[in-house]
Design a protein around this ligand. Sequence first.
Ligand code: FES
Ligand code: FES
Length: 173
Amino acid sequence: MNEVKSLGAKELNKEIELNVNGEKHSLSVAPNKTLLSVLRSQLGLTGTKYGCGAGECGACTVLVDGKPIPSCLTLAVAVKGKRITTIEGLSQNGNLHPIQEEFVKSMAIQCGYCTPGFVLITKALLDQNPNPTDEEIKQYIKGNICRCTGYVKIVEAINAAAKRLRKTREVKI
Ligand code: FES
Ligand code: FES
C-alpha cells in the first residue's frame, strides 16, 4: 500500500535570498508569506508598519528596485533577488537621511505610524522628480494615509527635502 506522506508547513517553505538595505539574507519562507511579515517577523525590521493589510494605507510601503510597493500585498518569494529598501536602510552612519530630517524639522510627524511609508514614498518621488510641484506631490502620495497631521506639514517637509537634495546634487556636480 502506498504511503501518503503529508507535508508539514516547514517542508513547503522555499529557500530564498532577500537583498534588504544592501545586505543579503538567506531565509526559509512560506510561499504565502508577505514581504511585510518576513521583514518584521523574520528580519526584525519593524520600521515597516502594518496598517490596513489591504493596500489602502501605505503604512507598509517599501522600495523594490527603487519603486514604492505595498509590502502587505507582496509575497516575499516574489521579490527574491531584487533590491529592497526599508526605512532602516535610509540613514547612513547613524545620521538620518535628509528626508527624515526635514520631516522632523517641518513637524510632519505626530504619532509617527505613517512616517516610514511617507519617507520612502518621498524618496521614490524625489529620485524620479527632484523638483515636484505641490500638485505632483499630492498626487504621488495620495495612496498614503495619515490620520494625524492633515498633510499640510507633510507636503512642506517634502518640499523642504526636495530643495535640500537639489542643493546637494548641485554641490556634487
Ligand atoms: Fe499595506 Fe496598508 S498595510 S497598504
Ligand atoms: Fe499619525 Fe501620520 S503622524 S498617522
